[in-house]
Design a protein around this ligand. Structure first.
Ligand SMILES: Nc1ncnc2c1ncn2[C@@H]1O[C@H](COP(=O)(O)OP(=O)(O)OP(=O)(O)O)[C@@H](O)[C@H]1O
Ligand SMILES: [Mg+2]
Length: 309
């Protein structure tokens, strides 16, 4: 394991089960990453906070399971997948499973280079051949025909059979991490055949203590009393959404972090929170409710100097 693996140091400080961390060390020693693939190892800009999620995921990855991260928006599914690849020191490939994703995009396709036809491997094939972590992003959104090409890779066979190319044995170091959003319009259920090939980890909303740590990491200059106010605001919006008083568009952690980014550039608090949170609800009545909750906690005219020290 490389000495500057900051994530294993972070997990030691979080008191993550030491047997799991020993397993990670064994894995990285067994599967050293090739020099030319090192630039593909993600460098996440913040750690994923949530000890239980870490322990569940490490157990799954060490026992060669495909891991499906499910949960509402902005619960850190992608940042966690990046953290996992960084911890295990694996090159990562991201594959977007939009409705138009097909076998050619996922597995690869023949291309003509002016002289001859060659096969250009797709991201799933590359990750499978090169011992990478493949992040199957929003995997429920693709069409079933496209997904079925992965079945033999995701079960005990660990093989991709690519017509016109060859059989690809999946490298023992490779892992597949799916993400799946649910809970709002436009999301689809995942078909059973695919779902049964994953272990499913439900991603919780970040815990209150971790939320303040996240804000401190992302915004080192944020005043402590402001960090506490923004954190409380997030949970207020979250509770209202859980009680059905507002939709789940407002309690969007990504929106809150975006608003803080804009405030740090000098946008007044009210305008930043409107743009990043309130205006994402399109029902006028609901928008009024969301704005009231925000204004009750954060005055609209706060300037950068009162928020950041
Ligand atoms: N537990 C957490 N630890 C660290 N960061 C978190 C956590 N939960 C959410 N975040 C932050 O929330 C933001 C959104 O994270 P990310 O994009 O990974 O979410 P997601 O679950 O993939 O969202 P979506 O479902 O909308 O794609 C990031 O800035 C991330 O750092
Ligand atoms: Mg995501």
């Amino acid at each position: 394991m490389s000495e500057d693996n900051r994530i294993i140091q972070f997990l030691e400080n979080e008191s993550v089960d030491s047997a799991l961390l020993d397993g990670v060390r064994e894995y990285t020693e067994k599967y050293p990453v090739k020099e030319e693939l090192k630039e593909r190892i993600p460098r996440p800009d913040c750690p994923y906070y949530g000890k239980e999620v870490w322990e569940k995921a490490l157990s799954a990855i060490l026992t060669v399971k495909n891991l499906l991260l499910t949960g509402p928006r902005a619960t850190g599914k992608n940042i966690f997948a990046e953290n996992l690849a960084a911890l295990f020191e694996r090159p990562a490939w991201n594959i977007s499973f939009h409705v138009g994703a097909d076998a050619a995009y996922i597995l690869g396709t023949d291309t003509f280079d002016g002289e001859k036809v060659t096969f250009r491997p797709g991201p799933l094939t590359e990750a499978s051949e090169k011992g990478g972590f493949a992040v199957l992003d929003e995997v429920n959104m693709a069409k079933n025909e496209a997904l079925s090409v992965m079945h033999s890779g995701l079960d005990h066979r660990r093989i991709l059979d690519i017509p016109g190319y060859r059989k690809v044995d999946i490298d023992p170091a490779s892992r597949f991490i799916g993400t799946m959003n649910y809970g709002y319009a436009g999301t689809r259920e995942m078909n059973e055949a695919l779902c049964s090939r994953f272990v499913v980890l439900e991603m919780p909303v970040i815990a209150e203590g971790d939320m303040e740590r996240l804000l401190k990491t992302r915004f080192p200059g944020l005043k402590p009393q402001m960090a506490s106010q923004f954190s409380k605001l997030f949970y207020e919006l979250n509770n209202k959404a859980e009680n059905g008083e507002i939709s789940d568009r407002a309690p969007d952690l990504r929106g809150l972090l975006d608003a803080l980014d804009m405030m740090s550039m000098g946008t007044p608090s009210g305008a930043a929170l409107d743009m990043c949170i309130t205006n994402k609800t399109f029902d006028r009545y609901e928008r009024g409710l969301v704005r009231d909750v925000i204004r009750a906690r954060i005055p609209a005219d706060l300037k950068k100097e009162s928020i950041f020290g």
